[in-house]
Design a protein around this ligand. Structure first.
Ligand code: NAP
Length: 248
């Protein structure tokens, strides 16, 4: 089940964290995976090397998702070079945390440019290819914070809630072309992004997770793999929570 042999996938932000685990999981199921990054060339190469060490196929491609034109051009070029594009995982994201009274204009602009506009730009270019093929899978990385909110994360929460609206909208727009569009909403996952969270806040968060622990990137990747596979053919516009029960 969930085999992806012969398929081509792009994972934005595949150099580290959840994106790396997704890239490895999709490649493990047989997909050729394009590992996108913006600054982490060494890390992206490590993702590719890890995939190749297990007999998979991948390449690293740099582009900044916050540059919409560059992102659209890069996605179109990847699809042209490989002759197809079956799966887009719009994972690249940033967190800039601040209490709303201290939030700055440029912080909000940056959050929306990367998390929302970047994901939309990649999706827009992917949809153009997928419409011609009359099939495709798009998965956005939302967050528990987009549904439940979190003190100190108004800007980040706004972007992750926006992606739920985007997911449902695109699911409706492209259902007739057999393109499914879903979101995964992780809870507290151990990555570079969550190492910034202060210790006392982490302890409080752990107490609110019924499974009693933080999540692993591989556990998010498993959900993304399902939504990228043929077996999820009747699932669209869905937000799949991977949060240890933190929000039900
Ligand atoms: P992470 O460890 O900080 O990794 C972020 C990834 O995004 C890196 O690969 C980074 O590439 C890439 N990236 C950042 N800005 C980019 C840009 N402008 N263009 C292209 N790539 C860019 O983050 P993570 O924890 O794995 O999170 C991945 C996604 O899951 C994010 O959308 C995040 O909001 C979401 N999420 C995470 C958690 C969690 O607990 N960790 C929970 C809920 C949702 P470089 O290496 O080149 O910088």
């Amino acid at each position: 089940m969930f085999r992806l042999d012969g398929k081509v996938a792009i994972v934005t932000g595949g150099s580290r964290g959840i994106g790396r685990a997704v890239a490895e999981a999709l490649a493990g199921q047989g997909a050729f995976v394009v590992v996108n990054y913006v600054r982490g060339e060494e890390e992206a190469k490590k993702t590719v090397a890890a995939i190749e060490a297990k007999g998979g196929k991948a390449e690293a491609v740099a582009f900044d998702v916050s540059d919409m034109a560059a992102t659209e051009a890069a996605v179109a070029d990847i699809a042209k070079r490989h002759g197809r594009l079956d799966i887009l995982v719009a994972n690249a994201g940033i967190a800039i945390d601040n209490l709303v009274l201290r939030v700055k204009d440029d912080e909000l602009d940056r959050l929306f440019a990367v998390n929302v506009k970047g994901s939309l730009a990649a999706a827009k270019a992917a949809i153009k290819v997928m419409m011609r093929a009359k099939t495709g899978r798009i998965v956005f990385l939302s967050s528990i914070v987009g549904e439940a909110g979190n003190a100190g994360q108004a800007g980040y929460a706004a972007t992750k809630a926006a992606l739920i609206g985007v997911t449902k909208t695109l699911a409706k727009e492209y259902a007739s072309r057999n393109i499914t569009v879903n979101a995964v909403a992780p809870g507290f996952i151990d990555t570079d992004m969550t190492t910034q969270i202060p210790g006392d806040m982490k302890t409080a968060m752990l107490q609110s997770i019924p499974l009693g622990r933080t999540g692993r990137s591989e556990e998010v990747a498993a959900a993304v793999t399902f939504l990228s596979s043929d077996e999820s053919s009747y699932v669209t516009g869905e937000v799949l929570r991977v949060n240890g029960g933190m929000l039900m």
